[in-house]
Write a protein that binds this ligand. Structure first.
Ligand SMILES: Cc1cc2nc3c(=O)[nH]c(=O)nc-3n(C[C@H](O)[C@H](O)[C@H](O)COP(=O)(O)OP(=O)(O)OC[C@H]3O[C@@H](n4cnc5c(N)ncnc54)[C@H](O)[C@@H]3O)c2cc1C
Ligand code: FES
Ligand code: FES
Length: 491
């Protein structure tokens, strides 16, 4: 068992190091901030959806501080130990004048009732840092705002503020100042942070041993699923075992022809790396939750949670991903589709956990697409999600992997449709036969997101879309269709 630290939670809050006394481990960062009087950080939904609680979280990364927007409402306080938290309260210049992001919001009339404004300012602030002095682009600003709901101003003036913020004089706040780096370096710990109900091992071996010894603990990764169990369902949780302080779990690397993604790699990093290999995943990256949720949540958490409507699994299964499991010193590897046994049932032994996911790298001749169908573009749960991967050699389909979410109790392959494609010519007729076979592969549910009939129709139409996109060159997304010259822009 690794040594544990006797110190409590310590972090840098708006430039000042704070030492938190005894708190329940499920105390959210938002509750802590507001109890300290930092009520500029708002609570709207308490489930990561509205962005009113957005703060910037900074971590020492070599010689710089890496910042990202996160939702304070579902972030447990012990997980910010050793990090920097920047709230809207600490942005102003020393003479009381506003930070460029704030001033741009004022000048562009980006606020009406003001409830969403602190969260929007913090999302734009992290984007301001990301741009590193370069002017922001519209796509960049829109991407940074995917987690922020504004119900009264409308987004045009807010986006204008994001585009204008770099034109203002450099602010006093230097988010990578040597003083901050020193503060963060001073908070580094060698020993594990261990509090009643919360343990954060520092090595993979210590984590595996701790979980084997106490398999009744709950593994905590980004907390973007778990956070809601306490804020919304008011559940009492068992002792938490945190993956986030283990360097090996943050590894994202190429190994044995695969991209290997460790247990603590955030969705934002993992999806970014996957898009570099498979550009067809770009839309999934943009539409998976929101930037702040992706900055906390992990890919392994999505896989381990195993929701039938989880978005990562259809892509990963179609690409032939495997899951690396570990129980103490024992390791085994499973094809991801074999990991799911039934609704919320996984092939996980007592004390066993997901150490990494490995995704095979692209191969010549492989065609791949991922489609997410949901009511909203951003920050929405899929009605149907489809991963389609075909290997075509000399015009004949040699490998067909079709994986769907939202169609069954688990993410699942479409065995009948795959069989209909196997060793068949790459043709509209083959895809049509597969679309018919698909209707017998699943018996989906009707729920508030979609009816069973809709789900089946959409799933089979996605196969037709796959064919059309490749063969006819016709853009299959409304968003990709460019307005005819002279007929104005989409608004
Ligand atoms: C506003 C919002 C929007 C969302 N949108 C989407 C979306 O568009 N698509 C989507 O698929 N999901 C979405 N989610 C769900 C969530 O973000 C993802 O499921 C996320 O990937 C979970 O990862 P995490 O690290 O936060 O997991 P956590 O909440 O920390 O854990 C989730 C579960 O997995 C277990 N677990 C975590 N890591 C491991 C491990 N290494 N080994 C074994 N068990 C483990 C935990 O014990 C827990 O049971 C959304 C959530 C929110 C709050
Ligand atoms: S309060 Fe709505 S995202 Fe946190
Ligand atoms: S200004 Fe009112 S919600 Fe955005």
């Amino acid at each position: 068992m690794q040594q544990t630290s006797k110190d409590g939670i310590r972090f840098v809050l708006d430039g000042e190091t704070v030492d938190v006394g005894a708190v329940a481990p499920t105390t959210t960062l938002l509750d802590y901030l507001r109890a300290r009087g930092l009520c500029g950080t708002k609570e709207g939904c308490a489930e990561g959806d509205c962005g009113a609680c957005t703060i910037a979280l900074g971590e020492l990364d070599g010689e710089r501080v890496r910042w990202g927007a996160v939702n304070a409402c579902i972030r447990y306080l012990p997980t910010v130990d050793g990090k920097a938290v920047q709230t809207v309260h600490g942005l102003q210049n020393r003479d009381g004048s506003l930070h460029p992001v704030q001033q741009a919001m004022v000048d562009c009339h980006g606020s009406q009732c003001g409830f969403c404004t602190p969260g929007i300012v913090m999302s734009l602030f992290t984007h301001y840092l990301e741009c590193d002095g370069r002017a922001a682009t519209r796509d960049g600003v829109v991407g940074a705002l995917t987690g922020n709901l504004c119900r009264c101003t409308g987004y045009r003036p807010i986006i204008d503020a994001g585009l204008a913020m770099h034109a203002y004089p450099t602010p006093d706040l230097d988010a990578s100042a040597p003083a901050l780096r020193q503060q963060l370096a001073a908070l580094r710990r060698e020993a594990a942070l261990s509090l009643p109900g919360f343990h954060a091992p520092r090595t993979a071996d210590a984590f595996a041993a701790a979980y084997q010894e106490q398999p009744e603990s709950l593994i905590l990764a980004g907390g973007t699923d778990i956070g809601l169990w306490t804020t919304k369902q008011l559940r009492e949780l068992p002792s938490l075992l945190y993956v986030g302080e283990i360097a090996e779990f943050h590894e994202l690397k190429h190994a044995d022809g695969c991209l290997r993604i460790g247990a603590a790699v955030t969705l934002e990093r993992a999806l970014g790396a996957l898009v570099a290999e498979y550009p067809a995943l770009r839309e999934l990256h943009e539409r998976f939750a929101s930037r702040p949720v992706r900055n906390s949540g992990t890919l392994c958490g999505n896989v381990a949670n195993g929701s039938p409507i989880g978005d990562a699994m259809p892509a990963l299964i179609a690409l032939g991903a495997t899951v690396s499991l570990r129980q103490g010193a024992d390791r085994r590897t499973l094809a991801l589709e074999d990991f799911y046994l039934g609704y919320q049932q996984k092939d996980l032994r007592r004390g066993e956990f997901v150490e990494a996911i490995s995704v095979p790298l692209p191969q010549p001749g492989r065609m791949f697409a991922l489609y997410k169908v949901s009511k909203r573009f951003d920050q929405d749960i899929s009605a149907v999600c489809a991963g389609i991967s075909l290997q075509v050699e000399n015009g004949v389909i040699r490998v067909a992997r079709l994986a769907f979410g939202g169609m069954a109790a688990t993410p699942r392959r479409a065995a009948g449709a795959e069989a209909a494609l196997q060793d068949q010519p790459w043709s509209a007729d083959s895809l049509e036969r597969a679309a018919s076979a698909l209707m017998k592969d699943f018996t989906p549910l009707t729920d508030m997101r979609a009816s069973d009939v809709y789900r089946l129709a959409v799933a089979s139409n996605l196969l037709r879309r796959f064919w059309l996109e490749r063969e006819s060159g016709v853009p299959a997304r409304v968003l990709d269709i460019q307005p005819v010259s002279g007929e104005g822009q989409w608004s």
